[in-house]
Design a protein around this ligand. Sequence first.
Ligand SMILES: CC(C)(COP(=O)(O)OP(=O)(O)OC[C@H]1O[C@@H](n2cnc3c(N)ncnc32)[C@H](O)[C@@H]1OP(=O)(O)O)[C@@H](O)C(=O)NCCC(=O)NCCS
Length: 175
Amino acid sequence: MQQIVVRAETPEDVRAIDVVNLSAFEGEAEAQLVSALRETVEFNRELSLVAELNGRIVGHVLLTRVPLRSGGNEKIVLALGPMSVVPSQSHRGIGSELIQTAIRLARDKGYGAIVVLGHPDYYLRFGFSPADRWQITCNLPAPEDALTAMELVNDNLGSGGHVEYPHPFKALYRE
Ligand SMILES: CC(C)(COP(=O)(O)OP(=O)(O)OC[C@H]1O[C@@H](n2cnc3c(N)ncnc32)[C@H](O)[C@@H]1OP(=O)(O)O)[C@@H](O)C(=O)NCCC(=O)NCCS
């Protein structure tokens, strides 16, 4: 397989990331979400990863800092998503490379856990578990089994809690 380079996004990548999201998802909601998140304080370019193949951006994954609230306590964890690979390059391991790099990055930066809303079958293979294992819920009306989580630090999710996705994510779940 040709070599895939996964790296943090730069300002020059914004249009290419938009194209990747538009081509991978039906509709514009995820592309619009990424654009909207760039305008928020939660956005950190170092946590937005692109996959390059022969110098072209073919995949993207975003990590967003989100509060996990439990009782009167709050900690910051990372929410992974959206994630996208252009259809012409899917099923070649690019998505897996993006997720594994995102997990390493999160661990290196000292975050205690990652949560994901998405197809559980896809994420369980990377070590995510159903979030109800820790009694973790979130503020988005997604199917219950769509929320998975991974501890990067032992017992980080032990007290469970409620994840507050920032406002732009709500557009993905509008009825
Ligand atoms: C999901 C996605 C990022 C995977 O990227 P990828 O580069 O094809 O992933 P990999 O090659 O590492 O892994 C492919 C495997 O993922 C699994 N997979 C892919 N899409 C899946 C989905 N929607 N649900 C469950 N599993 C899925 C399959 O088991 C596939 O295995 P196969 O190649 O043997 O069929 C890509 O297909 C995509 O952009 N899809 C559209 C957008 C999307 O659904 N994003 C994720 C939101 S949760």
